[in-house]
Every structure is written in structure tokens, then in C-alpha cells.
Design a protein around this ligand. Structure first.
Ligand code: ZN
Length: 405
């Protein structure tokens, strides 16, 4: 009984040794990510083999998806080990991007060499993320139960369906990560956008990444159904147009994204009518490169939203999609719509104002013309009065004359 047990045990022991040996002989497995505090600093270290003395060490750091230029720096050497601390306040890295780094080591004993390139995922590690996956979407959140993740996933799926109504048969998107922050402040600090406190959501199309803030409360569901399809639409447009995305006018990108929100924004309606009443609409040609940085930004969104919905009504998904292709191909903001729908931006803008903003525009126009109308009346009517008065006095004179005769 005992003898029979020993052989299998020995065999297992030898086998595990045999399996362990080649692994030990190979290159070290990918190292642990360097320790970092998100938005604070990252500590990179290189520990040389025991028989090597480092005299100099340079580090090179870059984002894999080509965001920033490479960062280079000289490490300090202490107790035989090279250490470099990257200050993320001076060199910020994009949140949730893949980061690559390596050292160039100059040892005392041999020629300089480069260490293997290491990669790590620079995620916001101030929070413990939960994850839920469905179709091409991966949702991450840290506050609330699984229903938060599920609601976001549902809004994402609905956003994809709606995007296909707006732009036609768009291909299945690549895996898209959606990070849900529990407050605008926490999102802002992650984005370090500073100043732009109104930003509720953000999309990094080239990273297939969406970041939103969805505070718990009565507005959470509505905000989910607004922000998620909006931000995803930016990603879809990027995946269709690639580098051409950069050439698409801002009013088009934001208009299509806003039109993809699951329900129309009531605020936009109020803002738009207000602007029509005050005759303070922003000409669309001024919304090609960017949106205003002040309070007018809401009006810009409201106009883009209304205009794109109008275009979709008039020309359908084919028309919108053809416009996007034309713009992404580099056609100018004013004429880019012409090959797609046969009209320039100014022409389309006029019909939109006439047909959608119609009555308000006429009223607003009349109102702003009122002082001129009064002046015109004075200018036109005054001579008439004078002439009539003149004629009358002449008639009087004639009558007097005839009486005298
Ligand atoms: Zn947007």
C-alpha cells in the first residue's frame, strides 16, 4: 500500500519540477504595473542583475495610441537601482490609455542596452470598478449596484439602434469601454479639463472610450439615456470615418450626437426659441471649427440638434451619411453638403429657419425692423402730407383768385 503511493507522488513531483524549470529559464513575465496614484505620480524602477553596476539610466514613456509625444527623463540611481518618478501634474497621461515604457541602461561592465518595452493600463485607480459586459459594450462603474451597469448597457444598445436610424447601416462597433463616474467633480478631475464644468460626458473616439458622470438620484435614468447614446455616437462616427473625423464640422458632429439622445432635450427647445425671439441665433458657419467657450455653448448645441434633426427629416439617413462622408473627405463646411444633398450650408440653414423656426423668425425680423419701419413711414409719408397740404393751399389760392376775379 505504501509503496504503491510513493511512485505516483514522485512522478507528480518530477513532472511539476519539469514544468517549472523552462518557465524559470525564460524571460521574466510581464512585470507588475509601476505603482502610481492617478493624476499624481508614477514610480518607475529598474533593478539590475546582482553582478551589474548601473552608471546611467534614461527612461522613455509614451502612450501606445499615439496621444502625447514620448516623455524622456534621467533616472536617479540609488543603492544600485534606477528610479524615475513621473509627475503627472506636469506630464498628464490620458486616462484609461495603454502606456509603454523602457529604460536605456548604461552599466559599468558592458555596452549600454535597452530593457524590454513594458506596457500597463493607466486606469483611474482611485476607485474600485465593477464591470458588466454586453455585445460590444463594457460598462465600468463604482457607485451603486448592478442596475447602474445594466441601465447604461441598455442605453448603449438603444443608442446603437438609434444611430442606425440616423446614419443608416453602420457596422458593429469595436469593443467600447464606458466608465461611469458618480459625480461631475470626479469626472472633471479625471479629465483635468479645468473650467469646463458643464461637461457631463466625454468621448475619446480613438480609444473607443466613453467617460460620463451619472450621479445617483431622480435624474440618473434620464441622464443615462441622454449621455450614453450621445457619447457613443461620437465613437461610431469616428469608427466610420477614421482620420476624416477631424474634418467633420463641429455642428455636424455635435448635432448628430445630440439627435442620437434617446429623448429630445426640452432645454434646447426653450433656448432656441429664446434666441429666435431675440434674433441672436449663431450663424451655423461660425460653428464649423468649434463651439463657443461661454454660455452660448448651450445655444450652439440647441441649434446643431434642431438643424440635424431637420436634415434627417428632409434627406433621411442616406442624406446625413452622405454629408458625413463628404465632410470627412475634406470638403469645406459651406459646400460639403452640396454633393450629398444638393444645397450649400447657407441654403440649408435658410430652409431650416423658415420651416422649423418659421413663425418666430418672421416675428423676430419684424420686431428688429420696427424702428426702421417707423423711420421709413416718416420718410415716405411726410412728403405725401406736405404735398397734400401744398395742393390744398394752392386750391385755396385758386379759389381765392377766382373769387377775386
Ligand atoms: Zn458631443
Amino acid at each position: 500500500m505504501h509503496h504503491r503511493m510513493i511512485f505516483p507522488l514522485l512522478f507528480v513531483a518530477l513532472l511539476s519540477l519539469a514544468l517549472a524549470l523552462p518557465a524559470a529559464a525564460q524571460e521574466a513575465p510581464p512585470a507588475e504595473p509601476p505603482p502610481y496614484t492617478f493624476g499624481g505620480s508614477i514610480t518607475f524602477t529598474y533593478l539590475p542583475p546582482a553582478d551589474m553596476t548601473i552608471t546611467n539610466a534614461e527612461i522613455f514613456i509614451q502612450e501606445v495610441e499615439g496621444g502625447i509625444e514620448s516623455i524622456a527623463g534621467t533616472a536617479t540611481i540609488s543603492e544600485g537601482q534606477a528610479t524615475y518618478i513621473l509627475d503627472l501634474n506636469k506630464n498628464s497621461l490620458r486616462a484609461f490609455s495603454e502606456v509603454e515604457y523602457w529604460f536605456e541602461i548604461t552599466p559599468a561592465e558592458q555596452a549600454p542596452f535597452a530593457t524590454p518595452h513594458q506596457r500597463f493600463f493607466y486606469e483611474d485607480n482611485r476607485f474600485t470598478w465593477q464591470t458588466l459586459e454586453g455585445g460590444p459594450f463594457r460598462v465600468h462603474w463604482y457607485e451603486g449596484d448592478v442596475s447602474v451597469g445594466q441601465n447604461v448597457l441598455n442605453a448603449a444598445q438603444a443608442g446603437l439602434e438609434r444611430a442606425r436610424l440616423l446614419l443608416g447601416p453602420i457596422p458593429d462597433p469595436q469593443i467600447t469601454n464606458i466608465y461611469v463616474y458618480a459625480s461631475g467633480q470626479e469626472l472633471q478631475s479625471a479629465l483635468r479639463l479645468g473650467g469646463l464644468t458643464w461637461v457631463a460626458g466625454h468621448a475619446d473616439p480613438d480609444l473607443a472610450l466613453v467617460m460620463v458622470s451619472l450621479p445617483t438620484g431622480p435624474d440618473q435614468k434620464r441622464e443615462t439615456e441622454r449621455q450614453i447614446p450621445h457619447e457613443l455616437m461620437h465613437i461610431f462616427m469616428y469608427q466610420i470615418t477614421g482620420d476624416g473625423y477631424a474634418y467633420i464640422p463641429t455642428w455636424f458632429k455635435e448635432g448628430v450626437a445630440s439627435a442620437n439622445e434617446l429623448r429630445p432635450n426640452a432645454d434646447y427647445y426653450v433656448i432656441l426659441n429664446n434666441a429666435v425671439g431675440k434674433d441672436s441665433l449663431i450663424p451655423l458657419i461660425n460653428l464649423c471649427q468649434s463651439f463657443p467657450k461661454d454660455a452660448n455653448v448651450y445655444l450652439a448645441y440647441a441649434e446643431a440638434d434642431s438643424f440635424v434633426r431637420y436634415l434627417h427629416q428632409q434627406y433621411g439617413a442616406n442624406g446625413l451619411s452622405a454629408m458625413m462622408t463628404s465632410y470627412a473627405g475634406g470638403a469645406g463646411c459651406e459646400v460639403g453638403s452640396q454633393p450629398a444633398v444638393g444645397s450649400t450650408l447657407t441654403q440649408l440653414e435658410r430652409s431650416w429657419q423658415r420651416e422649423v423656426l418659421g413663425q418666430e423668425v418672421i416675428l423676430a425680423a419684424l420686431e428688429s425692423l420696427l424702428p426702421w419701419l417707423i423711420l421709413l413711414a416718416v420718410v415716405l409719408v411726410a412728403p405725401v402730407i406736405l404735398t397734400v397740404a401744398n395742393l390744398r393751399s394752392r386750391k385755396h389760392q385758386k379759389e381765392k383768385a377766382s373769387l377775386a376775379a
